[in-house]
Design a protein around this ligand. Sequence first.
Ligand SMILES: Cc1ncc(COP(=O)(O)O)c(C=O)c1O
Length: 380
Amino acid sequence: MSNPILLAPGPVQLHPEVQKILAHPMIHHRTPEFDQILSHALSGLKFLFQTKQPVLMHTSTGSGAMESALVNLLNPGDEVLAIVSGKFGERWAEMAEIFGGKVSRLNVAWGSGVHAEDVRTYLKNNPQIKIVMTQACETSTATVHDIKLLGEIVSETEALLLVDGITAVGAYPMPMDAYKIDALIAGSQKGIMLPTGLSFICLSEKAWAKAQTAKTPRYYFDLRKELKANQNGETLFSSPVPLVKSLEYVLSMIQKTGFDLHFKEIKRRADFTRAIGQKMGLTLYSKSPSDSVTAFNLPADIKGVELRAHLEKKYFVTVMGGQDQAKGKILRLGHMGYILDADMINTMELLALALADFNFNVNPADVRRMSEAWLKENPL
Ligand SMILES: Cc1ncc(COP(=O)(O)O)c(C=O)c1O
């Protein structure tokens, strides 16, 4: 096989044009040339988030935007309802506690979507809740929650709905305004198809009102100051110029392609992976599977950590294993980023070869044939 394959749920394979942009000579971020790039990128982000509100950027990983949402919207002592259905839900709940929130966890079985009516009931019985937080896609379990319904429920209350869209925005529809989300966050190395290093956050009017007065200390992530800087055509701190230039390119590419086709491409990869994986004899881990990442249960006699290492070492394919309670038990394949049909076919064949090395009953040549046939029968 020629190139190594990276089909993790982030970071993702980069478009060749993005790779070229990243190699451009450096320019300064306080120049008319960069101002124009920034302005295009910021308006492209509004398109991506499907919002009338400004979308702001931080030079951080996605977790930075999770923290930003909290320091801008939480008062110490506020009661918070955290939907926890995996590793990232737990991380956000912990963060809210560290910043002084009184957090109640709505624990959801790993691999299941939240039952939104439970949230309605909880809010009815606890009208003092100020913030509801959830992942759109809980990447650790490859599972989606019904954000549209949660938006309807939470918007009828005083509470704000904070959504971690790190493996949703850019991967499947997540219209901020239509879904009545109060804070939507994203990260660059997932659906936005860039290297790690940028995070994004957008607030509703209801959230901005709270951000003006929230009492949690904030400095680097102060969205009031970042917004002011953006209104003056700048970012608050130094900009990672190569990332912002690449962002401008990716956003214009998505705009040219159009959401329908862009999301269809990703969904097709998810459908393909789910279909071929199941034909190989694997089963899906999630009861509410995401189009951005697929998780397969591994047979009980195969150690997931060893299989993943073997795939990487012998076949040059990087996919992810499970985390925390799912460690060693599942395999997660990402569908975001620059992925060719050939990458998908090769991945499934190489996965079959690796599984066969672990005595799993699968015929890699059949898997290749099935994969090619599926893609031919399901053109874009
Ligand atoms: C849903 C979700 N939230 C948060 C994070 C953390 O993002 P980062 O590693 O960029 O800080 C991830 C990363 O995988 C994620 O998938």
